[in-house]
Write a protein that binds this ligand. Structure first.
Ligand code: 9MR
Length: 355
C-alpha cells in the first residue's frame, strides 16, 4: 500500500516539474541578457530551481563558486573542477557565463593575506599569475569579468584602504588587474563593480574619477557594474542621475546584483532595522513598481549597445542572501518563498521592451 502511495507521489512530482512554467520567460521578453546569481551545488540538486533558471535566464553569475577563496584555497592548489562544471552547464543551456570576481578584498584567502604581509613584493606577482591562469583558462568562454569588486569605501569618498590589495600595492592594483586580465583575454568584457554607487554620490564620484582616468590613459576597462542592492526608499532621481553619468562614459553598464529591500539594512556591518515584519499586498505592489522603474530607467538611459544586462542576486525570497547576511526577514526578490512569481516579477516583465 505504502509503495502505491509513494509511486503516486513520485509520478505527481515528475509531472509537476515537467509541466510548462506559466510565466513568460524574462530572457525572451528582454532586449538584453537577464541573469541571476546561482550557488551551483544546492542549485543543481533543486530541480524546481534549475527549471526556473533555464526558463528565465540567458546569463549565469556564480554567487560564490568563482571567487578566489574557491579557486586558490591553498598555495599552488588551483581548483577548477567546479568552474568546469559550470562551464558545461552554461554551454548545454546556451547561457552566457559571467565571471564574478577576480579581485575582491573579502574573497581573498587568509594564506594570501598572510603571505602579502610578510612579503609585499610577492602580491603583484601572485595577482598576475592568478589572473592570467584563470582568465587564460576560460578565454573565449567566460564572456566578461568583474575584475575588481568593491575597491571603494562602503560610505563616502575614497579607496578602501584597508584592503590587502590597496595596503600592499597602492591604488595601482586596480589598473594592474585590468591590464593582466586584458592580456589574458583581449575580447573579455572587463568590469569595475561596486555597491551603493547608485545612491552615494560621493562614492560614485570617486569611482567615476578612476574610470575616467582609466579611459584617458587607455587602461582596458570596458564596463561599470552597479550591484544595485537597492532599498525601496532610494530615490529614482538619484539612480537615474548616476546611471546617466555612467552611461555617458560609453562603457558597458551591468546591473549586476539586483534586489529591492524593504528594511533598513546596515551595509557597513550587517544587521539593521526590521521596519516591516510582514509583507502586505500594498508592499508587494510598491515593490513591483520599483522593479518596473528600474527596468525603465535602464532601458531609457543606457543606450542599447551599452546594455550588458540585468542580473538578480538570487531570484527568490527563500534563498536570498539578505536574510542570512543581515539577519533580517525581508522579501527582496521577484519570486517568493514558495518559488511563485510575485507582483515584482510582473512589474519587471511588463516594463521590458524589446526595442
Ligand atoms: O551572496 C554571496 C554569499 O553567498 C557569499 O557567502 C558571500 C561571500 O563570498 O558573497 C555574497 O555575494 C556578495 C557578492 O559577491 C559581492 N557583492 C555583495 C554580495 C552579497 O554579500
Amino acid at each position: 500500500m505504502n509503495n502505491i502511495f509513494l509511486s503516486f507521489f513520485l509520478a505527481l512530482h515528475v509531472f509537476c516539474f515537467a509541466q510548462e512554467i506559466q510565466e513568460s520567460a524574462l530572457k525572451e521578453a528582454a532586449g538584453f541578457p537577464v541573469g541571476s546569481s546561482i550557488r551551483f551545488v544546492p542549485f543543481m540538486q533543486d530541480k524546481e530551481l534549475s527549471h526556473l533558471q533555464k526558463h528565465h535566464f540567458d546569463s549565469y553569475t556564480a554567487g560564490s563558486d568563482m571567487k578566489m577563496y574557491q579557486i586558490a584555497p591553498r598555495e599552488n592548489a588551483y581548483q577548477w573542477a567546479r568552474v568546469d562544471s559550470i562551464v558545461d552547464y552554461t554551454k548545454a543551456n546556451n547561457q552566457r557565463l559571467f565571471g564574478h570576481t577576480l579581485i575582491w578584498h573579502s574573497a581573498t584567502p587568509t594564506w594570501v593575506v598572510k603571505k602579502a604581509k610578510k612579503n609585499p613584493e610577492w602580491l603583484d606577482t601572485f595577482m598576475k599569475t592568478y589572473i592570467q591562469k584563470y582568465v587564460g583558462r576560460y578565454k573565449g568562454i567566460v564572456d566578461g569579468w568583474d575584475v575588481v569588486n568593491e575597491g571603494f569605501n562602503t560610505r563616502g569618498s575614497g579607496y578602501r584602504k584597508e584592503s590587502i590589495w590597496y595596503a600592499t600595492m597602492g591604488e595601482e592594483y586596480i589598473e594592474k588587474a585590468f591590464r593582466y586580465a586584458h592580456e589574458a583575454d583581449p575580447d573579455a568584457v572587463l568590469f569595475y563593480n561596486d555597491f551603493n554607487i547608485e545612491r552615494d554620490t560621493l562614492k560614485f564620484n570617486s569611482m567615476m574619477k578612476m574610470v575616467e582616468d582609466f579611459q584617458r590613459r587607455d587602461v582596458p576597462i570596458s564596463g561599470i557594474g552597479f550591484q544595485m542592492h537597492i532599498r525601496m526608499d532610494i530615490p529614482n532621481e538619484v539612480i537615474a542621475y548616476t546611471l546617466q553619468r555612467a552611461a555617458d562614459t560609453g562603457l558597458q553598464i551591468h546591473l549586476s546584483e539586483v534586489d529591492v529591500i524593504f528594511n533598513t539594512h546596515d551595509d557597513s556591518k550587517g544587521g539593521g532595522i526590521q521596519l516591516y515584519n510582514k509583507l502586505t499586498d500594498e508592499m508587494r505592489l510598491a515593490q513591483a513598481k520599483k522593479y518596473a522603474d528600474l527596468v525603465q530607467m535602464y532601458q531609457e538611459i543606457v543606450p542599447k549597445k551599452q546594455q550588458y544586462g540585468i542580473t538578480f542576486w538570487g531570484f527568490n525570497d527563500r534563498d536570498t542572501w539578505i536574510n542570512r547576511f543581515f539577519k533580517l526577514r525581508d522579501w527582496p526578490c521577484i519570486y517568493d518563498e514558495e518559488l511563485n512569481p510575485k507582483p515584482a516579477f510582473y512589474g519587471f516583465l511588463n516594463a521590458l521592451t524589446v526595442d
